[in-house]
Design a protein around this ligand. Structure first.
Ligand SMILES: Cc1cc2nc3c(=O)[nH]c(=O)nc-3n(C[C@H](O)[C@H](O)[C@H](O)COP(=O)(O)OP(=O)(O)OC[C@H]3O[C@@H](n4cnc5c(N)ncnc54)[C@H](O)[C@@H]3O)c2cc1C
Length: 210
């Protein structure tokens, strides 16, 4: 819902009332001015809704974004969870200190193979135990406790352009975890197409949320 002009109109209501000139150069300049000087509230006019499927460990990071976000997620109390597990394509190694880790993709074939086996074994075993408990009458809300954080879950996420930019600033950064970077980059593709001038101003002003 909304476009670059929603932001222009929200900003102009405080000076000239209704803005009806369309997205001319002056209005593009206004968007940039608002971004540069961190006049944030006009960027709250607009909304984007996504249906996202991601592993639980990504949702834990995602749901830390509280302001301007609405979430509705599938329930492990009401439905039987499907055996859909995320697995990275290769192992990643980690060196350095907290906050300055160097994370690298492993080219060690044995390590990659062993990691694959570990995921396979843990996921199959956990799901078998889940099913077994359900079969014996254990409530879904209890049986799900044995499931790992790489099981997939789906949610609708709605955000405004300002909260989107805060998310992108933090979650496309090189120190963000790879899997949430993927979510962020999918969001950004949509955002850049829909709010083109806002996105350009965001990029042109250091990718900081206003
Ligand atoms: C690389 C990385 C590593 C992280 N590591 C950890 C970690 O180890 N442990 C951990 O717990 N979290 C961690 N986080 C999560 C992080 O601390 C934030 O909770 C998360 O990124 C959401 O950001 P946010 O608060 O800006 O978003 P939102 O909750 O959407 O808030 C948006 C903005 O609103 C304002 N705001 C929101 N709430 C308040 C408030 N209560 N008071 C004042 N202003 C407010 C702030 O300006 C904030 O930037 C990490 C995040 C990243 C990107």
């Amino acid at each position: 819902m909304g476009s670059d002009m929603s932001i222009v109109k929200a900003a102009k209501v405080s000076t000239i009332g209704e803005a009806s000139l369309g997205l001319n150069e002056g209005n593009k300049g206004l968007i940039n001015y608002l971004m540069k000087h961190r006049h944030g509230s006009p960027f709250e006019h607009g909304a984007m809704t996504f249906l996202v499927k991601a592993p639980i460990f990504v949702w834990r990071e995602h749901m830390r974004h509280r302001i301007g976000f609405s979430y509705n997620e599938e329930s492990g109390r009401y439905k039987v969870l499907q055996p859909e597990f995320y697995r990275p394509d290769v192992a990643r190694t980690q060196e350095g200190k907290a906050g300055h880790y160097i994370i690298e993709r492993s080219e060690d074939d044995i390590l990659n193979h062993d990691m694959d086996c570990a995921f396979e074994w843990a996921n199959i075993r956990a799901y078998q135990m889940y099913q077994e408990m359900l079969r014996r009458g254990v409530a879904r809300e209890v049986a799900r406790m044995v499931l790992p954080v790489n099981i997939m879950s789906s949610a609708y996420v709605t955000m405004n352009p300002r909260s989107m930019m805060n998310f992108l600033a933090l979650r496309t950064a090189p120190n963000a975890q790879r899997e949430i970077q993927i979510v962020a980059s999918n969001y950004e593709s949509y955002f850049s197409a829909k709010f083109t001038e806002v996105w350009a101003a965001f990029c042109g002003n250091g990718r900081v949320a206003p």
